[in-house]
Design a protein around this ligand. Structure first.
Ligand SMILES: [Fe+2]
Length: 285
C-alpha cells in the first residue's frame, strides 16, 4: 500500500462539518443538529463527512485487507436469541433469517491506515463522545475490534435486528453495485414494551413506518439501534460493500471476551485472555 499522504484533519471535510470545539458558533450549530436528529430518530447521518481523496484511500485499504476478512454466517432472529416453541410460529422471536458477512479485524489496519488514523485522532473521539453525549467514553482497547471493516458480497445479508449495544458509529466506504440500503424503524420498541405486533408487521413487509437510507461512500452514521429495528437490504453485483466500524467502550483498557472475539474474527490474542473479566463494552451487536 502507498504511504499515507493525508491525515485525519484533511480527510474530514471540516468546512462542511466543523467538529472542532474551537470553531465556535458553527460547531455549536452542528452539535445541536446532531443531538436533535439523534433524539428524534436515534440516527444521524453526516453526508460526505470525508473528502473524495480520503474515500479513495479507504477503498484501497479495503481491497488490500480483504484477504484478512473472517467470514461469519448464522441463522438469527431480531433479538440474537434462541427459538421458543411455546410461542406461535409467526412470532418475531421465532423468525430466523440467514445473516452472513465478514469482518476485517483491527490488526489489519496499521499506522499507515487512514481508517485507523481517523479513529485515533483525539478530536474525532471527542466529537463522537459529544455527539452521543456519553460521559464515559474511550476508544476500544481491543486490537481486533477497535476499528474494523465489515465486508459483504452478493448473497450476504444482515436481516432485521435490534442491537445489543447502545450505539454504532459507521463510515460508508464502498457500496455494492445494487442494494445494501439501510432500513430502520425508529424507536419501534421501548425498554418496557417489545411491541411484537408491529415488529411482526415489519418482518412481513406490512409496516409503513420503515425509513430507508442510501448511505454513500464517505457518509458517517451515528446510530442507536437498541430500540430501532434495522437491516441492510440484500446486495447484488460483484463489488463488495465496505463499511468501517469505529468502536468505543465505557471504560479504558477493555477488550472483548475471548469466545466472542473468536466468533467474530476467527482468532484470539493474548490480551483477550489477560484482560478477561473487564466488561461494559460496546461490541458490534
Ligand atoms: Fe445493528
Amino acid at each position: 500500500m502507498q504511504p499515507l499522504s493525508i491525515d485525519a484533519q484533511t480527510a474530514i471535510d471540516l468546512e462542511r462539518y466543523p467538529i472542532l470545539p474551537e470553531l465556535g458558533d458553527d460547531h455549536r450549530a452542528l452539535m445541536s443538529r446532531i443531538h436533535a436528529e439523534i433524539d428524534r430518530d436515534g440516527c444521524c447521518v453526516l453526508k460526505q463527512f470525508l473528502t473524495s481523496e480520503a474515500i479513495a484511500r479507504l477503498v484501497v485499504e479495503g481491497d488490500a485487507t480483504a484477504q484478512y476478512g473472517f467470514h461469519n454466517s448464522a441463522l438469527t432472529n431480531a433479538y440474537f436469541g434462541d427459538d421458543d416453541d411455546s410461542l406461535p410460529v409467526a412470532h418475531p422471536r421465532r423468525r430466523f433469517y440467514p445473516r452472513s458477512n465478514a469482518f476485517i479485524p483491527g490488526d489489519a489496519f496499521g499506522e499507515d491506515s487512514l481508517l485507523r488514523t481517523i479513529y485515533s485522532w483525539e478530536p474525532f473521539t471527542g466529537f463522537i463522545k459529544a455527539a452521543l453525549r456519553e460521559d464515559n467514553f474511550y476508544p476500544y482497547a481491543d486490537p481486533l475490534a477497535d476499528v474494523v471493516i465489515n465486508m459483504a458480497h452478493e448473497g450476504n445479508g444482515f436481516p432485521w435486528h435490534f442491537d445489543t449495544n447502545n450505539y454504532t458509529v459507521t463510515l460508508a466506504i464502498q457500496n455494492a453495485e445494487v442494494g445494501g440500503e439501510f432500513e430502520y424503524c425508529p424507536k419501534i420498541r421501548t425498554s418496557t414494551d417489545e411491541n411484537y405486533d408491529v415488529v411482526q408487521n415489519v418482518l412481513d413487509d406490512l409496516h409503513d413506518g420503515v425509513t430507508t437510507l442510501t448511505l454513500e461512500p464517505g457518509d458517517l452514521q451515528i446510530f442507536k439501534g437498541r430500540y430501532s429495528l434495522h437491516r441492510v437490504k440484500p446486495l447484488y453485483g460483484k463489488r463488495p460493500r465496505y463499511v468501517g466500524i469505529f468502536s468505543y467502550a465505557e471504560i479504558p483498557d477493555m477488550v472483548g471476551h475471548p469466545r466472542r472475539v473468536k466468533t467474530l474474527y476467527g482468532k484470539v490474542l493474548p490480551i483477550h485472555y489477560e484482560r478477561q473479566g473487564l466488561r461494559a463494552d460496546n461490541l458490534l451487536d
